[in-house]
Design a protein around this ligand. Structure first.
Ligand SMILES: O=C(O)[C@@H](O)C(=O)CO
Ligand SMILES: [Mg+2]
Length: 261
């Protein structure tokens, strides 16, 4: 069991190359990010080579963030922008050797949005397949992303089956899944073949995993027992300094200190 530092939330006080170095110093086995596009891919690639860490994945652009957009792929009429964002993410991923792209659905609902999302995901999977990349979809919870198109693992399974591409997988963020559906242990076991990445944070405050309503020592042990060996994404918001928030990696029984080796 290994951990990946999500640089969308951890070490946000520095640029991505330095955040990658900080993750290496803290003992993470990998990094992942949200929207790296303002940093030249060459700078990110250099920091990855220097530290030896892989960048697991990145997200497609959200669209007009100032206007509150949170993804484009399920927005009928915005297919050209959504597909340009997918192509941009594929290019960036190839430049830094990231293997997974989270295609963000956006705020939408109804059958037209569903059809639009399916079409854009088929497009994404086809392009990604040329480079051996995996496309991820991630259900987000109704409080943090009210009105987001994709909200549950059940809905995600329907979409993955309808798209029918072997390189389309579920981003199982334990934080969102716990808020929306609960039953984490059974869901992890049942959905394992469809899972392309796992993330975690405390619930309900999205802090480090050694607090809140989810017993992450049990969840991490469950994941390890299932034979899932990919790094788990630490996607939580530290109260302040990221380094000061990492006690869970070293001290909590059953967590990183014992599992990560
Ligand atoms: O959980 C999240 O919010 C992220 O994994 C993400 O990709 C952006 O919303
Ligand atoms: Mg997440």
């Amino acid at each position: 069991m290994k951990f990946s530092a999500n640089l969308g939330f951890l070490w946000t006080d520095r640029g991505m190359p330095d955040a990658i170095r900080a993750a290496r110093s803290a003992g993470f086995a990998a990094v992942e990010c949200h929207w790296p596009y303002e940093t030249p891919a060459t700078e990110v690639a250099e920091a990855l080579v220097e530290t030896g860490l892989p960048m697991l994945g990145l997200n497609t652009r959200r669209g007009n963030v100032a206007a509150g957009e949170n993804g484009l792929a399920a927005l009928p009429g915005r297919e050209a922008e959504a597909r340009a964002a997918i192509e941009e993410a594929v290019d960036y991923a190839c430049a830094i050797e990231a293997r997974k792209i989270h295609v963000m659905a956006g705020f939408a609902s109804g059958p037209e949005a569903h059809r639009c999302f399916i079409g854009n995901l088929r497009f994404a999977c086809k392009i990604a397949n040329r480079y051996g990349l995996t496309i991820l979809i991630e259900p987000l919870n109704r409080y943090d992303a009210s009105g987001y198109f994709l909200t549950t693992t059940d809905q995600s399974v329907t979409i993955i089956e309808e798209v029918g591409a072997p390189n389309l997988k579920l981003m199982f963020d334990c934080y969102h899944v716990q808020v929306m559906e609960g039953d984490l242990t059974r869901r992890l076991k049942n959905l394992l073949p469809l899972i392309g990445h796992i993330q975690f944070a405390s619930v309900p405050d999205r802090g480090p995993p050694d607090r809140g309503e989810v017993a992450y020592d049990h969840i991490f042990r469950t994941i390890a027992d299932l034979g899932y060996a990919e790094p788990l994404g630490a996607e939580y918001k530290p109260d302040g300094d990221t380094d000061a928030s990492l006690g869970w990696m070293k001290t909590t029984e059953g967590m990183g200190g014992r599992i990560q080796s």
